[in-house]
Ligand binder design. Structure first.
Ligand SMILES: [Zn+2]
Length: 397
């Protein structure tokens, strides 16, 4: 044993992280005895670390009486409702969202504003004001926002939105614009694609289902994106460009796609493909127009939905065969159109996925709904604090 202070301090930080992550991963409050057993640390060490975590508002004590028994309550430790929080900002086709979550991923603030101007500086300036309001609202609940992550409807390369056709954006330096819009708030910022962040949100929402560690979340809309979760982690690809399911080829001889290729999934299953030139009235959503036409039995809409479901199933079958993913979440516009799509998607998966005879691929509508990406973006705080809880404690003494 050495008395080297730097080494002692490093050991203290490692043990503190170990204990905090046990509380983070637990489904129920943990007693100090359970924490000692789970980490292999001594009771005095656990007691000292828990005191630090309590003082730093990372965990809180809760009295629970198992099975409703009377008597002295058992004291458990669980994630605090105060302390660090994350801000998620989302640019959606119908507006801008700002969401604050606490360490347990509970939504503590959610605001929405219509999207009146898609010009990037104007959008970021509006988001900057929403962020300031969210930080103030969080502070009123004794929450300190430490991260801000922006979800955009397109692939992001080193903070630059390469292409987001829904907004008319190309090579927009979103990370720089976000930093400028949020200057003075002192937040750790990041930008990622809507599909990646929605998949992150879905991973948290289904976290109680520990068996669900491999899935693809496919988000429909003006553009189609996908977030891929493998081994319980979001996979982004070499430059964060993975998940461009919309440009997976369904038919090499198909219709031209704006990407320069032909027969991409996008040309079958995006909202413009499903609308088939139908104009969306002011105040209505594209999905409501498609659903109305489908319910009325309009043959061209029913044919478009069938073609979209088939193309989506073919594209997803390739993903499942290659990666062994066994669950598909239909998100974004696909969640709203789920009743018209899921049977067709399932039929293609059953026919085309090799392992489907033994383990059928499950197709489910996304569980969170339109706020999935904003929530997933806000959850960056969990990753940041759990990676180094000592840093939070040191900065908030
Ligand atoms: Zn394409």
């Amino acid at each position: 044993m050495t008395g080297d202070p730097a080494r002692q301090e490093r050991l203290r930080e490692l043990n503190l992280g170990l204990v905090f992550r046990e509380v983070l991963a637990a489904d129920a409050p943990l007693s100090r005895t359970e924490l000692a057993a789970a980490t292999g640390l001594t009771r005095p060490t656990i007691t000292r670390i828990v005191e630090e975590l309590l003082a730093g508002r990372l965990v809180t004590e809760t009295g629970t009486n198992p099975d409703g028994r009377a008597g002295r309550p058992r004291v458990g430790l669980t994630l605090s409702r105060t302390g660090p929080a994350g801000l998620g900002l989302d640019i959606r086709s119908d507006g801008l969202a700002a969401c604050v979550v606490d360490l347990a991923g509970r939504v503590r603030h959610l605001a929405f504003a219509p999207l009146t101007d898609t010009d990037a500086p104007a959008v970021l300036e509006r988001l900057g004001r929403m962020a300031a309001e969210a930080v103030t609202a969080a502070a009123a609940e004794d929450l300190t926002v430490v991260t801000a992550t922006l979800a955009v409807p397109g692939p992001v390369d080193g903070g630059i939105v390469r292409t987001a056709p829904a907004l008319g954006w190309r090579d927009v330096p979103a990370a720089d614009l976000l930093d400028a819009a949020l200057s003075g708030l002192g937040l750790a910022t990041a930008v990622d694609s809507e599909a990646n962040l929605a998949a992150r949100g879905e991973l948290h929402a289904t976290g109680a289902d520990r068996a669900l560690t491999h899935f693809v979340y496919v988000s429909g809309g003006l553009d189609i994106g996908a977030g891929l979760v493998m081994d319980g982690r979001l996979m982004r690809g070499a430059r964060g460009w993975g998940g461009e399911l919309g440009h997976v080829t369904v038919d090499p001889e198909g219709k031209p796609c704006r990407c320069g290729s032909r027969g991409c999934l996008q040309t079958y299953a995006s909202l413009p493909a499903l609308l088939g030139g139908e104009v969306v009235p002011a105040g209505a959503s594209p999905e409501s127009v498609i659903l109305g036409r489908a319910d009325a039995g309009r043959p061209e809409t029913l044919a478009a939905l069938d073609a979209a479901a088939s193309a989506l199933g073919v594209a997803l079958a390739n993903v499942c065969n290659l990666l062994g993913v066994d669950t598909v979440f239909l998100g974004g516009s696909f969640a709203l159109l789920d009743s018209w799509l899921s049977a067709g998607v399932q039929a293609e998966l059953s026919q085309r996925v090799l392992f489907a005879d033994w383990a059928p691929v499950t197709v489910r509508p996304a569980t969170i709904g339109p706020d999935a990406a904003a929530i997933g973006a806000a959850l960056a705080v969990v990753d940041r604090v759990s990676a180094d809880p000592s840093a939070w404690l040191a900065a908030n003494r």
